[in-house]
Write a protein that binds this ligand. Structure first.
Ligand code: G1P
Length: 293
């Protein structure tokens, strides 16, 4: 079985739900505490052993590329001022030379199309796909938990989460087959953003995938689906006729940063867990809650 070395991060979305914040700043660069959303997701991939980071970007996203590069003036200034800790942190976060690739999705044709844009960079090997909208606080991280299942099953692996039935229409939903263990099961069907009454379960796809490269040939001919967009879920549904798909109910807390509320929740949740400011965040929330409204 081939190991997973590469991860794809689709970061071409316009972020219209966060205007005006995202007028000049990509939504993936908005910060949760002191790290951009995309950095948290790259950290998760690194922890899982990923060695090559592929970003599918779009116009006005150049700053993401800058973020994963050196910033000489800044480093020099920090060095001169003796800010060793800050320097070491920047160094630790910096990918090694040649570990990142960037390509552009030229038109907003959907997530499936964005993934297809990475086909040459991924090549003929299985890969991880991480959607930065979903921030997952897991110990270990979600992708690492998925890797452990993949090592046993091979095939394709998707992270799923149980949500209240009335929320399934916002996500891709999977049908449940035989259990592998108490945290993973075989996937029998998939549907993107179904009406509640047509959903095969309340297990939603939560933005982390391990996929075999055959997905690219299917994506090449994929017709638009839900929302008039080329959907990765539709392509996976076709692949499911030929290959196995396994679901992982990861341990951890998911924050859907695609919405303002989810983004705020991520900030509060990561703040509470933060080793330096966690206690203060708790006190601050207590103070705010005690206010007379
Ligand atoms: C995408 C996927 C969907 C998944 C969701 C998770 O939808 O198509 O299957 O459940 O991400 O965030 P989007 O949020 O891009 O509409």
């Amino acid at each position: 079985m081939k190991g997973i070395r590469k991860a794809v991060f689709p970061v071409a979305g316009l972020g219209t739900r966060f205007l005006p914040a995202t007028k000049a700043v990509p939504k993936e660069m908005l910060t949760v505490i002191d790290r951009p959303v995309i950095q948290w997701v790259v950290d998760e991939a690194k922890e899982a052993g990923i060695e090559h980071f592929i970003f599918v970007t779009g116009r006005n996203k150049g700053v993401i590329e800058d973020h994963f590069d050196r910033q000489f003036e800044l480093e020099e200034t920090l060095r001169r001022r003796g800010k060793r800790e800050a320097l070491e942190m920047l160094e630790k976060d910096l990918p090694q030379a040649g570990q990142t690739s960037f390509t552009r999705q030229q038109e907003p044709k959907g997530l499936g199309h964005a993934v297809w844009c990475a086909r040459e960079l991924v090549g003929n090997e299985p890969f991880a796909l991480l959607l930065p909208d979903m921030l997952i606080q897991g110990m270990p991280g979600c992708l690492k938990q998925m890797m452990e299942v993949y090592e046993r099953t091979g095939g394709n692996v998707i992270a799923v989460e149980e949500v209240p039935r009335e929320d399934v229409h916002k996500y891709g939903v999977v049908g449940m087959g035989e259990r592998l263990d108490d945290r993973s099961f075989r996937i029998t069907s998939m549907v993107e953003k179904p009406p509640v009454e047509e959903a095969p379960s309340n297990f939603i796809i939560s933005g982390r995938y391990i996929l075999q490269p055959e997905i690219f040939d299917i994506l090449a001919g994929q017709e638009p689906g839900a929302g008039g967009e080329i959907q990765i879920t539709d392509a996976m549904k076709t692949l499911l006729e030929r290959q196995e798909f396994w679901a992982v109910q990861y341990e951890g807390e998911t924050h859907d940063c695609g919405s303002r509320l989810g983004f705020l929740e991520a900030n509060v949740a990561f703040g509470l867990e933060h080793p330096e400011i966690g206690e203060d965040v708790r006190r601050m929330i207590g103070k705010l809650m005690a206010r007379e409204i």
